[in-house]
Design a protein around this ligand. Structure first.
Ligand code: F6R
Length: 266
């Protein structure tokens, strides 16, 4: 796994955007993006939106697939991932809303929602570049600890830890939905390239487990060790429990020209 350690969250955003833009340039204008919600990728999204605004990045022909959605939250609820994606991605990236997809969390259609979403991803040709955050418990998407490492899009129950962590978006833990529909770990692993961003010391244990720990469903993100093209972009605080910090920095400082990003980590 490629590990890039940045001095702070702003730099994670700049490097994250530069990495995603480089991958998009390789694929071309019809790129299929995989998009995470939550706080972690916001700095990256902000920098990507700036590249779109300046004309350096054109996503008008791109498609996008969200990782997950809460079950039972109306799509027009401000914290639904339908609404969040429209606000933080579709508009600032100037994506065509018809090509932006979010899993269907309507309780009346849940029995087919997973299969329908998988079919939409397949019909688009699969995800080219997947942007991920990671939960403090190591989840990717909402694949909580002990999720099958080959799982597909389906309904999951949020852990108490995730409910507590996400209460900040809802004002209280009781307002956080208990269930979600999420791309499976097997689904996420089919993305051609994966860029995970994480910041802050609350993520340090998860970051260390997924980069340097054993492959285990107890830390779902550790599955990225099996991905041929996964990059973790983290700040110093999130890197706080890593053992090989100096090595990762040395690798980044000595990248061959064709792999270099035009942004510094400091
Ligand atoms: C949400 C998602 C989750 C978040 C994770 C971290 O679409 O995929 O895995 O990335 O819960 O959330 P933040 O970034 O808010 O700490």
């Amino acid at each position: 796994m490629e590990v890039i350690i940045c001095s702070n969250e702003t730099k994670v955003g700049e490097i994250g955007a530069a990495k995603v833009a480089k991958l998009v340039a390789e694929i071309g204008s019809h790129v299929v993006l995989g998009i995470a919600t939550g706080s972690s990728p916001l700095a990256t999204y902000h920098c990507l939106a700036n590249l779109v605004a300046s004309g350096e990045l054109d996503l008008s022909m791109a498609s996008a697939f969200a990782l997950d959605e809460y079950v039972g939250l109306p799509v027009d609820h401000p914290e639904s991932y339908h609404a969040t994606i429209a606000r933080t991605i579709t508009e600032p990236f100037r994506l065509n809303p018809a090509r932006v997809h979010v899993p269907d969390g309507d309780p009346s259609r849940l029995d087919t929602a997973g299969q329908r979403y998988e079919a939409q991803i397949s019909a688009a040709g699969g995800v080219d570049v997947q942007i991920l955050g990671v939960g403090a418990n190591g989840h990717i998407g909402f694949n909580e600890p002990t999720s099958s490492l080959t799982s597909r899009t389906r309904v999951k129950t949020l852990t108490p830890r995730t409910i507590t962590d996400n209460a900040r978006f809802f004002g209280s833990t009781t307002a956080v939905p208990r269930h979600c529909i999420t791309q499976g770990i097997g689904t996420i692993m089919e993305a051609r390239a994966i860029v995970l961003v994480a910041t802050g010391e609350l993520k340090a244990a998860a970051v260390s487990a997924i980069i340097e720990g054993a492959l285990t469903s107890m830390w779902p993100g550790s599955v990225l060790q099996l991905h041929p093209r996964a990059t973790c972009i983290i700040d110093e605080a999130a890197a706080g429990s890593l053992k090989l910090t100096n090595y990762y920095k040395q690798v980044y400082a000595n990248l061959p020209d064709w792999q270099r990003l035009a942004v510094d980590t400091n």
